[in-house]
Design a binder for this molecule. Structure first.
Ligand code: KG4
Ligand code: ZN
Length: 335
């Protein structure tokens, strides 16, 4: 069964053809990063307009690379939420138009569920129950998954999502946008010398990252971090600040995930979402976990449509098909 997946929830327009939920025939992504970088973050209206320009060409490219005509496609999958309303609408309406024209079933997918299902594209067997750590620009969730499509939300962020914290701290340190990869790169040249408040949220499985971010903001405002890479002095450098921030966030994510995985008696830990592309987080989780850890390849951690098509395959098998009255739901919940 071949499914065409479409993703347009934020600043990537993506299309992909996946066979039987496991084999990627094509995976095309048109990134808007350069456009939004000028503004230091995603501008929703600009994102919608870019999706409008990119969506048909990216679908055509995905179909061509997969060597598929419409007669080869068995269903259309699309991200229906959560995400930016205008951005989601472009994908949802395009998917509906194709579904009508080609008389194909339409499958709406939750973007976070899609991130989790990127793990089904790793080629590794997955044995339920598993604990998923979803870390993206909008979420930091700990989700117990007992079967396909069965989610119990056990922990979440009380304030900033982890990716959001990376993006905000990168802005504070003047590193640019998007923050995650830039903090990771800066941190490679620094040492985690700054003691930042780790907020453990004792007695809960929840996270809080805004305190770490605010502590760094106060330090930069007070001139306690050297923001000039060419100036040598005794203050911690931007790279040291990046390394300290990255370590503080990852310490908490890894410790709380492993402790909850043990408590729940799961078989595996699945990492998902854009922040899962962080090399230090990946290594730290693998090094510290007594349980097997699955992590998608880098290109399937950040937003893509292969994960949407894969998730849709399992929804289709469970009989979860949407009608043409399906709508974009910007604040769609996973559980
Ligand atoms: O999943 P994603 O592509 O989009 C959302 O669904 O939000 O995640 C984007 C987030 C951004 O905040 C970005 O800074 C972060 O993932 N990110 C990273 C890395 N690559 C992307 N964070 C830390 N380290 C990275 N290497
Ligand atoms: Zn995402």
């Amino acid at each position: 069964m071949k499914i065409l997946g479409i993703e347009s929830s934020c600043d990537e327009t993506a299309a992909s053809v996946v066979e039987d939920g496991t084999k990627i025939l094509s995976n095309k992504i048109a990134s808007q990063i350069e456009i939004h970088a000028r503004y230091g973050g995603v501008v929703p209206e600009v994102a919608s307009r870019q999706h409008m320009l990119a969506i048909i060409p990216i679908i055509e490219q995905a179909m061509a690379e997969a060597k598929c005509g419409w007669q080869d496609i068995d269903a259309i999958a699309v991200t229906k939420g959560p995400g930016l309303a205008g951005a989601l609408l472009v994908g949802v309406n395009t998917a509906k138009a194709i579904a009508i024209a080609q008389k194909l079933p339409l499958i709406g997918v939750n973007h976070l569920e899609g991130h989790i299902y990127a793990n089904w594209l790793t080629g590794n067997a997955i044995y339920f129950p598993v604990l998923c750590l979803i870390v993206s620009g909008g979420h930091s969730d700990l989700v117990l998954m007992k079967g396909h499509g069965e989610y119990i939300l056990l922990g979440r962020t009380r304030d900033d999502a982890s990716g959001e914290a990376f993006d905000k701290v990168a802005r504070i340190l003047g590193l640019g946008y998007p923050g995650g990869p830039l903090i990771q790169k800066a941190a490679e040249n620094g040492t985690a010398t700054i003691r930042l408040p780790h907020s453990w949220m004792e007695g809960t499985n929840d996270f809080s990252f805004s305190g770490i971010k605010t502590a760094l903001l106060r330090m930069t405002e007070g001139g306690k971090i050297n923001l000039d890479d060419n100036l040598k002095n005794d203050l911690p450098s931007r790279s040291d600040a990046a390394a300290s921030f990255q370590k503080a966030v990852i310490d908490v994510l890894v410790t709380k995930t492993i402790s909850l995985a043990k408590e729940q008696g799961v078989n595996q830990i699945l990492l998902a979402g854009g922040v899962a592309a962080n090399k230090v987080l990946r290594q730290s989780l693998i090094d510290n976990s007594p349980l097997p850890v699955l992590i998608p390849p880098f290109i399937l951690c950040t937003d893509n449509a292969a994960m949407i098509a894969t998730c849709a395959y399992y929804r289709y098998k469970a009989g979860k098909i949407d009608g043409l009255d399906m709508d974009a739901i910007p604040n769609l919940k996973l559980a």
